[in-house]
Design a protein around this ligand. Structure first.
Ligand code: ADP
Ligand code: MG
Length: 265
């Protein structure tokens, strides 16, 4: 499943939040969207999962116009984990995960054995099987996040749009979720807050600032001390970690001499 965004622009009222963005994700790639708070990451994703619609530009999935697809057809192609995942009623955890099956069914269809198995496996993968009968609203932020990820797993799409999916999670679940998504082998576009996580998991990265794509490339190309300083105003030291073979970033706060560090701008 390929995603191609061309010249996408979006404004909230008269405030431009996305300015002429071009971005593509190839089949099987894990692409990260990084950038400071307010740079437009969530707005890009919302324009893709159709919570918003672009003022200009085109978006195609495998060459098909995304906006011409029915909602059901879009939900069969595209799984979404948004940044806020409030569920208004007191559903059970297993009911929320079962909602992931709805694009595969007609309105009044009952859950089949196959649906139930898929839901059970999704909960097991996220370590949530013991919580299947719990009320979603009574869970912690991190537990809720894992339920929402289980739901998108149960949806069985080839493409995932993720908006900072590990935000509320402690480090073991952050790694578990990203490892798990990697193992699914699906195509992914994910906003990622943590640059070290982006370095570990992304094949390519797009950097947004003020609604524009200002950098793109592999983690090694994009995550340099100069770029990190230009985008975030923070000094850093970068090495390739011997165990992971991936770029590892150490931030150099002023209090610890970062301002004087010689390898950074
Ligand atoms: P990010 O996800 O990178 O933190 P967002 O896409 O949420 O950034 O926001 C991009 C810009 O759009 C910010 O300046 C933000 O304040 C603004 N914005 C986001 N949502 C709204 C909204 N519903 N109405 C008006 N402005 C918004
Ligand atoms: Mg956001």
């Amino acid at each position: 499943m390929r995603l191609q965004i061309e010249n996408m622009t979006f404004s909230y009222g008269d405030r431009k939040a996305i300015d002429d963005i071009c971005l593509n994700v190839k089949e099987g790639e894990f692409v990260g969207l990084i950038g400071p708070n307010g740079s437009g990451k969530s707005t890009v994703l919302k324009n893709l999962y159709r919570a918003l619609s672009p003022d200009k530009g085109t978006v195609t999935f495998d060459g098909e116009n995304l906006f011409a697809l029915s909602h059901k057809k879009a939900a069969l192609k595209l799984g979404v984990v948004g940044q806020e995942n409030d569920v208004p009623f007191d559903f059970l955890v297993e009911e929320i995960v079962a909602m992931g099956r709805s694009p595969h069914k007609k309105f009044f269809d009952f859950d089949t054995e196959q649906d139930k198995n898929i839901v059970r496996h999704a909960l097991e993968h996220l370590g949530m099987e013991a919580m299947a009968k719990r009320n979603y609203l009574h869970l912690s932020g991190g537990e809720k996040q894992r339920v929402i990820i289980a739901r998108v797993v149960a949806q069985e799409t080839d493409f995932l749009l993720l908006d900072e999916p590990t935000n509320h999670l402690d480090i073991s679940y952050q790694l578990q979720i990203f490892d798990f998504v990697k193992r699914l082998g699906v195509t992914v576009l994910s906003a990622i807050h943590d640059l070290n996580m982006a370095a570990l998991y992304c094949d390519r990265i797009y950097v947004l600032k003020d609604g524009k794509v200002i950098l793109r490339g592999t983690p090694e190309e994009v995550l340099t001390p100069r770029n990190i300083f230009d985008v975030y105003g923070v000094r850093s030291d970068i090495s390739v970690h011997p165990a992971t073979g991936k770029v590892a970033i150490t931030y150099l706060p002023e209090a610890l001499g970062g301002a004087k560090h010689s390898t950074t701008p």
